[in-house]
Design a protein around this ligand. Structure first.
Ligand code: KIV
Length: 270
């Protein structure tokens, strides 16, 4: 018997997500276009239009060159496909360098897309940014722990929470961001014990990625979890299907049938 009840016909709000803490794990996946957003809509509570699209969609080495225009374009597409899921817009690198820049850009997100919240990477140093956004009616998902937008400055993707001091620092981040008004804390790439302590310390929901199973919810990048992104597979990614393999097999069959003139056959001809 499944505990999953698919297909809601209600719009999921941030209030819905807040009410799930301690009751039912929140499911979130990324989407970058209307087709996949529609597939995921009603199955997961939340869709993140992640700047990971810069890697898995655009083929770049990291997320850092994603732009506001690009993120808005993809979020508009996701909004066209998903009518029920709570949609989160990932603020790209450089779009929230000061609280005022963040506010200007986030206002644009609310004006031009259906996103219900914006996500920013950063710890306690971003508390003033979270505050100005939430004080102005913009909901924030605060992304702490391993922050992909720091990959160049830190020289790689570094797992966090390996020492008592680092766990204490992550806890300070989470509490400062919650106090500043963050609606959700997204915890990436931290050891499970650290994620558990953060989840227990804050009243808002935590969503984990590579952070064990004690968080209030989980998020995965769709192209990772469905086996389309094959360049590398982080340890925390579980592939729920072999997308790239299946597309390759289908494509091979198509090519063979065109070459042999088996396609189009009578059934597929006017
Ligand atoms: O951009 C993204 O997809 C993300 C997830 C890894 C959380 O930030």
């Amino acid at each position: 018997m499944s505990i999953h009840t698919p297909k809601t016909d209600k719009k999921i709000t941030l209030g819905t997500i807040a009410g799930m803490k301690g009751i039912e794990p929140v499911t979130m996946v990324t989407a970058y276009d209307a087709l996949f957003a529609q597939l995921f809509d009603g199955e997961v509570e939340m869709i993140l239009v992640g700047d990971s699209l810069n890697m898995s969609f655009l083929g770049k080495e990291d997320t850092l060159s994603a732009t506001m225009d690009q993120m808005i374009y993809h979020t508009q597409a996701v909004c066209n496909g998903a009518k029920h899921a709570c949609i989160v817009f990932d603020m790209p690198f450089g779009s929230y360098i000061t609280p005022e820049t963040a506010l200007r850009n986030a206002v644009r997100v609310y004006a031009q897309t259906c996103a219900q919240a914006v996500k920013i990477e950063g710890g306690k140093e971003k508390a003033s940014t979270v505050k100005i956004l939430s004080d102005n009616g913009i909901a924030v998902v605060a992304h702490i722990g391993l922050m992909p937008q720091h990959v160049r400055s830190e020289g790689g993707y570094k797992v966090r929470g390996k020492s008592e001091a680092d766990i204490a620092s992550l806890l300070e981040d989470a509490l400062a961001l919650e106090a500043a008004g963050a609606a959700i804390i997204l915890v990436e790439g931290v050891l499970p014990e650290a994620a558990k302590q953060i989840t227990e310390a804050v009243k808002v929901p935590t969503i984990g990625i590579g952070a064990g199973n004690a968080t209030d919810g989980q998020v995965l990048v769709w192209s990772d979890m469905f086996g389309f992104f094959e360049a590398f597979k982080p340890k925390f990614v579980k592939r729920y299907c072999q997308g790239a393999k299946e597309v390759r097999e289908g494509l091979e069959q198509y090519v063979n049938e065109v070459k042999s003139r088996a396609f189009p056959d009578g059934e597929h001809t006017y």
